[in-house]
Write a protein that binds this ligand. Structure first.
Ligand SMILES: [Ca+2]
Length: 222
């Protein structure tokens, strides 16, 4: 009896060891948007029109009815695979794309980011404006793209210092009007054992601002 249990435990230990050894890339379902949709992700949009959308062709808006014809959709083709996510809009607003990540190991977050906007200036106040469920407005110019790690318990729009665990990427005043697809990485190991929320936010009230993200994945840190 005891010998049998010991054997079972030993086999289980070997299986676990082999499994963890093969686990080079923890799963993050549809982090590359190759399903052609936003499964695995959540979105919230403030404003009259605009949203995070999955697209294939950087010259063709994925939903023309949402796209500002005065500032035509013109973004890089998906930098990884066939699909990527991008914001498109006809009017000003805020668009959140987010998902919770259970940090079960010493993972590094990888993503590719890019953007195109129609004016020369980034406006980067700590302001997402206000939304009453119908209308959105901001008292200041705000034209920015940022990706944060936030507390999953916080409201999705929070910019409170206690809710923002870290900032993975953000545009800042003085940045150029466009960014070609660019890899970003971020060490998640400080949150090992916790769940963090990855939140990509694009805001505009000066001109159309297409923000893109692709190839979001996790790798074991070295
Ligand atoms: Ca992709």
């Amino acid at each position: 009896m005891w010998i049998a249990l010991v054997v079972v435990a030993a086999v289980a230990a070997v299986v676990l060891f082999v499994s963890s050894g093969l686990e080079d890339q923890p799963p993050l379902s549809n982090g590359d948007f190759e399903t052609g949709g936003l499964s695995g992700w959540s979105t919230e949009s403030w404003g009259r029109t605009g949203d995070w959308l999955v697209y294939e062709d950087g010259k063709n808006p994925p939903n023309p009815s949402l796209s500002d014809v005065d500032s035509p959709f013109d973004v890089p083709d998906p930098p990884q695979g066939q699909y990527a996510a991008v914001t498109d809009m006809e009017y000003s607003g805020v668009r959140f794309l987010y998902r919770d990540i259970e940090v079960t190991g010493p993972w590094t977050l990888h993503a590719i980011v890019f953007y195109e906007h129609g004016i020369e200036t980034i406006y980067d106040p700590l302001c997402f404006g206000n939304f009453n469920g119908d209308a959105w407005f901001a008292n200041v110019r705000t034209q920015q793209f940022r990706i944060d790690l936030v507390d999953p318990q916080a409201p999705i729009y929070s910019l409170e210092a206690d809710d923002i665990l870290a900032t993975v990427f953000r545009t800042q005043s003085g940045d150029p009007p466009s960014l070609e697809p660019t890899p970003v990485t971020f060490d998640l190991s400080p949150w090992e054992g916790q769940t963090v929320r990855l939140r990509a936010t694009q805001v505009d009230n000066a001109d159309a601002f297409r923000a893109g993200i692709d190839d979001v994945r996790l790798e074991w840190a070295d």
